[in-house]
Design a protein around this ligand. Structure first.
Ligand SMILES: Cc1cc2nc3c(=O)[nH]c(=O)nc-3n(C[C@H](O)[C@H](O)[C@H](O)COP(=O)(O)O)c2cc1C
Length: 216
């Protein structure tokens, strides 16, 4: 697939088919994703590929903890969000809400769906050694960008899941990750369900002039 097309087409998926992603396809995907650049070529990431029974166990654990601790997807803001960002947040709600069953509350759908990786057969948990400062989170973001685009190019669908960072300790224990690691993000990976209404909504972007300043 043409890269430009992939960049325009890709969107997050929130309903997946049960069809598993084969080891061969996952290896191809992760090979492509890890071609991402990183500062000093440190490649500070570690990826845990979780599927099958382990993925079900992890999802159950996260949903349980999310309910016990009342964890919710949030913008990660240090102060009240300026109106322009509130608008973008409302934009996402307006993209998703119309495709949910009438009795489904948007925030509950997002919280539970995120902890369940929206039913995707595979979750990739991306972590970083805590030897690194937060400066290296930039590298992790680049990796995620490569991952979701490469997945799209391979006919796979994804949804990045930031919510799971709230469960850093639980995830490390469940997946036997070293205590030195910090869970940075998860990515749900699978084949999108083409018949699921929720996959019909498409988030838009603000016009360039809202985010780009030209200086001459
Ligand atoms: C760092 C990051 C964290 C995210 N965390 C979540 C999440 O926890 N749950 C979720 O449903 N979507 C999550 N998303 C998906 C965003 O909501 C989505 O990318 C955004 O609304 C733009 O839509 P698009 O991906 O369809 O273009 C996350 C995306 C990024 C980049």
């Amino acid at each position: 697939m043409d890269l430009t097309e992939a960049m325009k087409e890709r969107r997050s998926t929130r309903a997946f088919l049960e069809k598993p992603v084969t080891r061969e396809v996952m290896e191809r995907l992760l090979y492509l994703a890890t071609q991402a650049p990183s500062a000093i070529n440190l490649q500070p990431w570690e990826l845990a590929v979780v599927s099958g029974e382990e993925k079900k166990r992890l999802s159950r654990l996260l949903v349980k903890r999310m309910k016990e601790r009342n964890i919710s997807c949030a913008p990660g803001a240090k102060k009240p969000l300026p109106e322009a960002f509130m608008d973008r947040q409302r934009g996402l709600l307006n993209t998703i809400q119309p495709h949910l069953p009438e009795d489904t509350v948007f925030q509950e759908f997002i919280n539970e769906g995120s902890c369940n990786f929206y039913g995707a057969p595979t979750a990739v948990i991306i972590s970083m050694d805590q030897v690194f400062s937060s400066a290296r989170l930039t590298d992790m973001g680049v990796l995620v960008g490569y991952l979701v685009l490469a997945a799209h190019g391979l006919g796979l669908s994804t949804c990045p899941i930031g919510l799971i960072t709230a469960f850093d300790e639980e995830i490390k224990e469940e997946l036997s990750l070293s205590d030195e690691m910090q869970v940075v993000i998860g990515v749900a990976i699978g084949y999108g369900d083409p018949d699921a209404p929720i996959n019909g909504g498409r988030s838009e972007r603000v016009p360039l002039q809202d985010v780009v300043k030209w200086r001459h």
